[in-house]
Write a protein that binds this ligand. Structure first.
Ligand code: SAM
Ligand code: DTB
Ligand code: SF4
Length: 351
């Protein structure tokens, strides 16, 4: 297929054709993905989101990849729900370093009635700071999605994680159908969906293709598709899984880009384990979003100044928030860069 053939938004993907996309020669796949990418996006813009864990550890779910599951001993310090004011301070810091979206995550099976008022206050406060809002709190019912949407929540993150066939090897306490139900409530409420998965859990090519088919065959594509590389955490059952071939990870991003041409595809967890060349390849394959700031939820992420330097070397501009003045945003980023440059820890590889 040529890289410039018009890409249509499809919802009827079948396993054989998706596998054929994956199995193309690498250069052909990247060329095709970059062609699709350019039909819908500025290829030199990347969206930046910052994560915060608002409730950490002791989760009743048994997700085998997760350092926060109460089923495994990972030595993580548990924390109860953060105070609203502390969350807003963290959001203001994220804004100051140039982030446009603030994603709050809680290690819950689902939010309880007593926690909801605090969560809604967090959404309102973060929104008032001029940031896009995102939350990931586990399973939701219809009443909760309506309340979050009314408070101004822009995105809800709820990952399918893997194919329906492989899912039972990874999680037994929540079903795939539960996840699809939460996604349908999020859609009904008018919020945008962020949903993706993880590579490196011992899944097959069929499972990787199967995950993308589930996401792309939803009635509407998720607006945001995070593709995580497993962060192997000691104490979790997946701590000793084999590394994913870096080129296979890039293939996943490229196929996601082709199947969901208008979605933001996020090069998500695992960037600390990737070199700059691999991240550049990820952007070439059509990834156009990252988590920005030194921490994911409980594990590390590259330092913000390192990411800004990489963007500068690649000629990438951070994407401005919708309805946000590009110049104001750019000024904030440049100010953050100047401040970092004055710090002793900053090494300017371009000087
Ligand atoms: N507890 C909520 C839930 O699972 O719905 C929200 C937080 S949970 C940590 C959000 C997502 O982070 C998971 O669905 C999973 O895809 C990702 N994740 C968790 N641990 C990870 C790890 N070690 N490596 C990569 N991704 C991970
Ligand atoms: C997503 O897909 N990845 C993020 C976010 N959504 C919530 C979480 C990654 C977590 C990595 C392990 C940790 O830091 O605890
Ligand atoms: Fe709990 Fe979410 Fe971790 Fe699963 S991924 S154990 S639901 S925090």
């Amino acid at each position: 297929m040529s890289a410039t053939a018009a890409s249509v938004t499809r919802h009827d993907w079948r396993l054989a054709e998706v596998k054929a996309l994956f199995e193309q020669p690498f250069n052909d796949l990247i060329f095709q993905a970059q062609g699709v990418h350019r039909q819908h996006f500025d290829a030199n813009r990347v969206q930046v989101s910052t994560l915060l864990s608002i409730k950490t550890g002791a989760c009743p779910e048994d997700c085998k990849y997760c350092p926060q599951s109460g089923h495994y001993n990972t030595g993580l310090d548990k924390e109860k729900l953060m105070e609203v004011q502390k969350v807003l301070e963290a959001a203001a810091e994220a804004k100051a370093i140039g982030s446009t979206r603030f994603c709050m995550g809680a290690a819950w099976k689902h939010p309880s009635a007593k926690d909801m008022p605090y969560v809604l206050k967090m959404v309102e406060g973060v929104k008032a700071l001029g940031l896009e809002t995102c939350m990931t709190l586990g399973k939701l019912d219809q009443e909760q999605t309506q309340a979050l949407a009314a408070a101004g929540l822009d995105y809800y993150n709820h990952n399918l994680d893997t194919s329906p066939e492989f899912y039972g090897n990874i999680i037994t306490t929540r079903t795939y159908a539960d996840r699809l139900e939460t996604l349908s409530y999020v859609r009904e409420s008018g919020m945008k969906i962020c949903s993706g998965g993880i590579l490196g859990m011992g899944e097959s090519l069929n499972d990787r293709a199967g995950l993308l088919i589930q996401l792309a065959n939803l009635p509407e594509h998720p607006e945001s598709v995070p593709i995580n590389m497993l962060v192997k955490v000691k104490g979790t059952p997946l701590a000793d899984e084999q590394d994913v071939d870096p080129f296979d990870f890039i293939r996943m991003l490229a196929v996601a880009r082709i199947m969901m041409p208008k979605s933001h595809v996020r090069l998500s967890a695992g960037r600390e384990q990737m070199n700059e060349q691999m991240q550049a390849l990820a952007f070439l394959a059509g990834a156009n979003s990252i988590f920005y700031g030194e921490k994911l939820l409980t594990t590390g992420n590259p330092q913000a100044d390192k990411d800004m330097l990489l963007f500068k070397r690649l000629g990438i501009q951070p994407e401005a928030r919708e309805e946000h003045d590009d110049e104001v945003h750019q000024a904030a980023i440049e100010q953050a860069l100047v401040e970092q440059r004055d710090s002793k820890l900053f090494y300017d590889a371009t000087a």
